[in-house]
Design a protein around this ligand. Sequence first.
Ligand SMILES: *Cc1c(COP(=O)(O)O)cnc(C)c1O
Length: 486
Amino acid sequence: MSKPAKTLPYVLGQEQEKKDEYKRVLTETIEAITASVTDEGAYQGASVETLQQSLAEFAILPSQGIGWEALLERVKQIILPHFLKTWSPNYMAHLHSPALLESIASELIIATFNQSMDSWDQSPIATEVEVAVVQQLCNLYGYGKESDGVFTSGGSQSNLSAITMARDWYCSSKLNHDVKKEGLPASYHKLRLYTSEVSHFSMEKSAHLLGLGYDAVRKVPVDDLCRMDVQELRGMIESDKQAGLLPFCVVATIGTTDYGSIDRVEAIRTICDEEGMFLHADAAYGSGLQLSPTYRTRLGDLSLCDSITVDFHKMFLLPISCGAILVKNKEHFSVFTLHADYLNREEDEEEGYTNLVGKSLQTTRRADALKVWMAFQCRGKDGYEKIVDTCIENATFLAKALLAHPSFTLAIEPELSSVVFRHIGTSELNKRIRKELLHHHQVVIGQTVYKHKTYLKFTLLNPTITKEHLSELIALIDTLANELQQ
Ligand SMILES: *Cc1c(COP(=O)(O)O)cnc(C)c1O
């Protein structure tokens, strides 16, 4: 008769047995993960139906627990083989990076101690880490003493936070109306936000959530390099004002999701100053370039912006989720401040305890700043410079190689690490190339639409990708295209 499976202790504790079990569970998990990595493939290719069927075999909430050993077996069988391998040199579909090794250690610490960033008594050292990291970040992007920031779940939440601040600031300073207390002003439907036609969809989502609606988002046409056309911006603001509308904010995209193109903040700042508008920089993608002395001038002077979205789970190669919103004038954070007797009493702050909940849309929040604190020290400026420069140089190399190849055309010259291109065949052929790669070659690349045609996209965030490998991939795509066209 087999012995019943040992039940796992609930939680870690100071007893040796609990520590041993903690180590065993994690060690066995690490063994299972490393054993599941057997090749360079990004995805082993299973179809939607196969995955759904393998999951349907087991009750997710069985009446009796199956215990750790049986669970791990099941994970090894039906989960791990089908995970996308973000570290694979064959993965380049999205702005979705592999995670630096030391940052996986950070995640283990974060999960084990499970601190919550809302109040100091739930995250003593983690609160101080976030405060110190935010200071370093403000400094990195050229902000002064009045600045501040907070970690977020990523770019979308950072943008929502910034646009909330912009709306409330405008209503209070220009319309003498307190949105926080009274809700939207009567003229709310006249508020207008300007962003380029290739900006991220979190602009529309934010406008909806903030009670302004999609129509409040004015999409400014872009120039040949997919950057906001500043003359068009000026013209749109002018005609909107003449129509009695209320332009309150411009969001400059510092690295568009598809092209990596960078709006020019200097020129946009001038317009915002003339018009009395808030300027937010959505640098979810481009923020990493600040760590490259060679390429950072491409970003322009982000310190001219009233707020900056920084994403660490893109160019900084940290695990999801990890982002921040930085603001030049910390008073804007008062939009999110509310005191509760059970959480963040006003007297705490007088006594020197920082309760970060006062700056955040979230209440319970992960200690994500630890990942930045650890990776920054582990890699240093020189280490990050190498990571960022490698990705930029790979993109430059790939763009040149595609331009020189008779079968391909390039959408635009890359400024960051995304390369948008197409095979000269039909849009249908380009779509089939991507699916072929996904299901039969373990290669996962992106797809988008540029000037009404389907394009393919390599988003190069992985510094282990080599130029030789990129050349091989171009050759593979060319061969596939010839086969598919026969
Ligand atoms: C990725 C991205 C976002 C959204 O960030 P998340 O972290 O995915 O929420 C916003 N803006 C731009 C330009 C992006 O590339």
